[in-house]
Design a protein around this ligand. Structure first.
Ligand code: GLN
Length: 310
């Protein structure tokens, strides 16, 4: 890294303060009733560099549901199980430009979902796994990739999602009606809901980011957890599609592979290696954490973390 640890710590503290300042401009997700109970003022951040630097700020220990960030783990699992061609013959790799839960282009422009980072694409990707991997297998993989054996299923969030997930059910049945879904729709959507309901904290996300930033190797144990070729795919799709219909702006302003979730989480995997995990349940209009996006803008600009800062 081209900056000292002191600079990293100071910049992270500034970024945290900038993010925290913006939290009041966001709103917690309400379409999943359990998420509406989150404290809109909560804000936390965790940074890791794999060489002993770690920094937790604010509500970094607070557990929350991973939501769409699980789409990164689902894609990693599919690449491991089915390989590149076996995955991308069933889901595309194009930014959709639509909101995360959109159904629009699914019926009018294409038979396959646009990418694995939006609901339709992640649901389709789960269908590639559902006959070979159980939810428990995916939970185990999530614990491994987040270096966090304490990840559990948040039952309250899971039931809340499942009871109100009509739009996601519409997506899974639309995929079935088009003949592209690769497993049973109820089995598929149940695993999808459960994967969204994993409880993580900012440190679990920072660890996931660090492993992705470190080409798939856990820097602490030296073990390879994800193949380097697969990490390149994850980073590319996180960069182009990880922030839903804000991905373009985030790519220009922040320029690091990232994935957000409506639980308020954000994982970033800048060069370094470095992993950043953020939590701020007050969201912007795109469903991204308001404070987390602002904090990352500051961190990236000040430390020149943008992928295209040559
Ligand atoms: N569980 C959420 C949903 O399916 C995940 C979406 C998100 O985090 N953006 O609506």
């Amino acid at each position: 890294m081209e900056f000292s640890r002191e600079k990293l710590k100071k910049t992270a503290e500034e970024a945290f303060a900038v993010g925290k300042d913006h939290v009041s401009l966001g709103h917690v997700a309400e379409y999943i009733p359990e998420l509406a109970k989150a404290d809109p003022n909560a804000f936390g951040m965790y940074l890791l560099d794999g060489e002993g630097f770690s920094l937790g700020l604010g509500d970094h220990e607070k557990r929350f549901s991973i939501q769409s960030i699980s789409k990164v783990i689902i894609l990693a699992a599919s690449l491991m199980l089915r390989g590149f061609d076996g995955t991308f013959s069933h889901v595309m790799m194009e930014p959709s430009g639509d909101s995360f839960n959109s159904i629009l282009k699914l019926d009018t422009r294409s038979n396959l979902p646009f990418n694995p980072m939006i609901n339709a694409g992640a649901i389709q990707t789960v269908s590639l796994l559902a006959d070979s991997m159980s939810f428990e297998d995916l939970l185990e993989l999530s614990r491994r990739l987040c270096l966090d054996p304490e990840i559990i299923l948040d039952e309250a969030v899971y039931h809340s999602e499942s009871e109100t997930g009509d739009r996601n059910r519409a997506i899974v049945y639309l995929l079935k009606s088009k003949g592209v879904l690769m497993s049973d729709p109820e089995k598929t959507i149940d695993i999808y809901f459960k994967m969204c309901s994993l409880s993580v904290n900012a440190k679990s996300l920072a660890s996931l980011g660090l492993i992705i930033s470190n080409n798939g190797i856990d820097p602490f144990s030296g073990k390879r957890l994800i193949a380097a070729d697969h990490v390149r795919v994850l980073r590319s799709l996180m960069f182009t599609c990880g922030m839903y219909d804000y991905s373009g702006k985030f790519g220009v302003r922040v320029g690091v592979p990232a994935k957000s979730g409506v639980g308020g989480g954000l994982v970033c995997a800048p060069r370094g290696p470095m992993g950043v995990g953020l939590y701020g349940p007050a969201l912007d209009a795109f469903g991204n954490s308001k404070g987390a996006v602002k904090a990352m803008e500051h961190l990236s600009r000040t430390l020149r973390l943008h992928a295209f800062d040559y």
